[in-house]
Design a protein. Structure first.
Length: 374
């Protein structure tokens, strides 16, 4: 995994020379020292401006963005966003997100590479032969980030290690001190990126239920295979037209993987940040029906009109998982089949958009109706 990555970090290369780097690394010349521009003199304000231009909604062009230490910011910063958002969804502290960013900058320069030293691939140059996953999995930025964070969190006392020590515990690089040079840039990227994420990058404390929570069982269906439509279900024909549209749109996202902070604007596309989280799924479902919703569960719970749990109808938003700032999860009721009330949700990291029974959502603490019942 390591020789190519070390060269990329220690020798400043243009993108056109990256392919040649692999041969140099294989020849054993990766340790050659060269003076170059790294992240040590990072201008945090310039990084923030670049992040806003590339990820923000102010309409700025990213074509002329320049960032010290990043040769292709329009490609690299979105990958940094995925790393940060995945860390937030897993409740990894800020320091852990900085470790991940510094590691990815060193290993791949934040590029989702399809080559590397030996069988190394992706943002973190993880190796299939070392148990990191299949080549296809490793080149999924969310999967790769999740695997990195899981490995980091298993390191005893990682929080008290330096950034480079923590990264080395995971990567086992032949150049263990190479990560330190990227700490300033990684920290500036993390601080800038959280500001463009929903809620300022503040994760819902209870937003990630235990792995066994929110199971698909219930009613006559037993286990509903994730990403599938239960037998006998049809979009209710007596629901308002806009509700039918919202449900139909949401069902078009079935099987696409959850991404905290994802926009749900291109859930089937290659960019992980185009995937859905719980509130962007409901937001974009109703947007398809011509109804504008705000972005987070904390604000959506105040929209539309309040409905008692006993009066749930298709299209109603169902809020669960109480937290200090309000409910931290939202699903949408979609009707019933075989006498069982169903909902659609984007549940949590590692899970796809799916249909579940209402009962499997747990205690519903609020119900909001966006379209008045006929």
């Amino acid at each position: 995994m390591k020789a190519l990555a070390a060269v990329i970090g220690l020798v400043c290369l243009s993108p056109l020379l990256l392919a040649a780097t692999a041969a140099v690394a294989a020849a054993g010349s990766a340790g050659r020292s060269t003076t170059c521009n790294t992240g040590s003199g990072t201008d945090a304000a310039a990084v923030a401006k670049a992040v806003e231009a590339i990820l923000g909604s102010n309409g700025s062009s990213s074509q002329d963005v320049r960032v010290e230490g990043l040769e292709l910011p329009a490609e690299q910063i979105p990958h940094a966003k995925t790393i940060v958002a995945t860390g937030i969804s897993l409740h990894v502290p800020e320091r852990g997100q900085v470790v991940a960013l510094a590691t990815a900058i060193q290993e791949s320069r934040l590029r989702n590479l399809d080559y590397g030293d030996r069988d190394s691939l992706g943002l973190f140059q993880q190796r299939p032969s070392q148990g990191w996953g299949t080549p296809e999995q490793i080149r999924d930025p969310v999967y790769a980030s999740t695997k990195f964070y899981n490995a980091l969190l298993r390191v005893p006392g990682w929080e008290s290690l330096t950034i480079t020590q923590a990264a080395q515990k995971v990567q086992l690089s032949g150049f263990p001190n190479a990560y330190a040079q990227w700490e300033p840039l990684a920290r500036a990227l993390q601080q800038a990126i959280v500001k463009v994420l929903p809620g300022g990058g503040t994760p819902a404390p209870g937003g990630q239920p235990p792995a066994g929570a929110g199971c698909n069982g219930g009613g006559d269906f037993g286990q509903i295979p994730e990403g599938t439509v239960p037998e006998g279900y049809e979009i209710p024909k007596d629901a308002p037209a806009k509700v039918q549209t919202a449900i139909r749109w949401s069902m078009g996202q079935l099987g696409t993987m959850y991404q905290w902070g994802g926009t749900c604007l291109a859930s089937h596309g290659p960019d992980p940040m185009g995937r859905c989280d719980c509130s962007s799924l409901t937001q974009q479902s109703y947007n398809a029906a011509g109804i504008t919703l705000t972005r987070t569960t904390y604000t959506q719970v105040n929209e539309g009109s309040s409905v008692p749990v006993s009066g749930i109808k298709p299209g109603d938003l169902l809020f669960t998982r109480p937290g200090p700032n309000g409910p931290e999860h939202v699903a949408m009721a979609i009707g019933s089949a075989k006498g069982t009330v169903l909902a659609i949700e984007a549940p949590r990291t590692g899970k796809p958009v799916r249909i579940v029974t209402q009962a499997s959502l747990g205690d519903i603490i609020a119900v909001r109706r966006m379209v008045p019942a006929p």
